[in-house]
Design a protein around this ligand. Structure first.
Ligand SMILES: NC(=O)c1ccc[n+]([C@@H]2O[C@H](COP(=O)([O-])OP(=O)(O)OC[C@H]3O[C@@H](n4cnc5c(N)ncnc54)[C@H](OP(=O)(O)O)[C@@H]3O)[C@@H](O)[C@H]2O)c1
Length: 265
């Protein structure tokens, strides 16, 4: 792919997804982050708001989400709570309507909600209902949010869609990492689906100025005991996502990155 035509980010192609990008970051004006009442999502909200964005911190649990947004607003940041359960189409639609009532365009949609690190879940004798739920939250939830927020994103100045995925959904990692040969089966399937969705979506939106990337935050200390297993601090994982949220207009699309470095699908 080629560099964009200077000055017209909305009619251009984007750069290769395999080269290292040293971004001249753009400052987002408005952002939506899903699953943001705790963990990485909460810290992504903080970092985007520190950059000056109006951030819609969304969560499926209204009490927890409102409390988290209040905590960030008390730091002087423009963080607003919006209820959003990615598994519930009506909730996603209502959230999009609520955001559209407050901003004219959206620069960033971070599809962060999901997880379910069922480490012991193995592929043999898989609980299909369990896997369906994991895929629904991680992948179909992202699809619902993109569908609902796309018109607002089209009206954004520097629109970016970030699908928070994982090396657990990488075919090359699945072949290379012994611990992923059997365990984490449902999660791996869900994140592989989310990676594939990222590539298809980026292709469909090529030339619109909307950049779409799959981002791994790395192994992050959001679960009890994870730090002792080598997980890194939450702000570092969140920064990996914020990198993609602030990409310049000629940044990559359809890629898979951690800390700005390309990963293989
Ligand atoms: N931590 C890691 O090492 C790591 C590594 C690679 C990728 N990731 C990815 O990074 C993202 C965030 O991970 P995390 O470690 O911060 O996870 P986390 O601490 O378990 O938080 C997950 C968040 O997603 C929310 N969520 C789950 N289902 C939802 C739904 N249907 N609608 C709305 N929100 C929902 C949870 O809400 P509740 O509080 O209501 O449950 C929570 O806010 C996930 O997509 C995960 O797969 C994490």
């Amino acid at each position: 792919m080629t560099d964009p035509v200077a000055g017209d980010p909305h009619t251009t192609a984007v750069r290769s997804t395999t080269e290292r990008v040293v971004p001249a970051p753009v400052a987002p004006v408005a952002a939506v982050v899903t699953g943001a009442n705790r963990g990485i999502g909460l810290e992504v909200c903080r970092q985007l708001a520190v950059l000056g964005a109006t951030v819609f911190l969304s969560a499926r649990d209204a009490a927890k989400g409102a409390a988290a947004a209040h905590e960030l607003a008390a730091e002087g940041l423009d963080v607003r709570f919006v209820a959003l359960d990615v598994a519930d189409p009506a909730s996603v639609a209502a959230a999009a309507e609520a955001v559209a009532g407050q901003v004219e365009g959206l620069d960033v949609l971070v599809n962060n909600a999901g997880g379910n690190f069922d480490f012991m879940h193995t592929v043999l004798g898989s609980d299909v209902d369990l896997v369906a739920g994991i895929v629904d939250a991680n992948c179909f939830g992202a699809m619902r949010c993109v569908n609902a927020f796309l018109s607002l994103l089209r009206a954004g100045a520097h629109p970016r869609i970030i699908n928070v995925t994982s090396e657990a959904g990488s075919f090359s990692a699945l072949q290379g990492l012994p611990y992923q040969q059997d365990h984490l089966a449902g999660y791996a399937v869900a994140k592989a689906a989310q990676n594939a969705y990222t590539v298809k979506l980026a292709g469909a939106l090529a030339g619109t100025g909307i950049l779409v990337n799959a981002i791994s935050p790395g192994f992050v200390a959001t679960q009890p005991g994870a730090e002792k297993m080598g997980a890194r601090p939450i702000p570092e994982g969140a920064a990996s996502i914020v990198w993609a949220a602030t990409l310049p207009d000629d940044g990559p699309s359809g890629g898979f990155f951690r800390d700005g470095e390309p990963l293989t699908f």
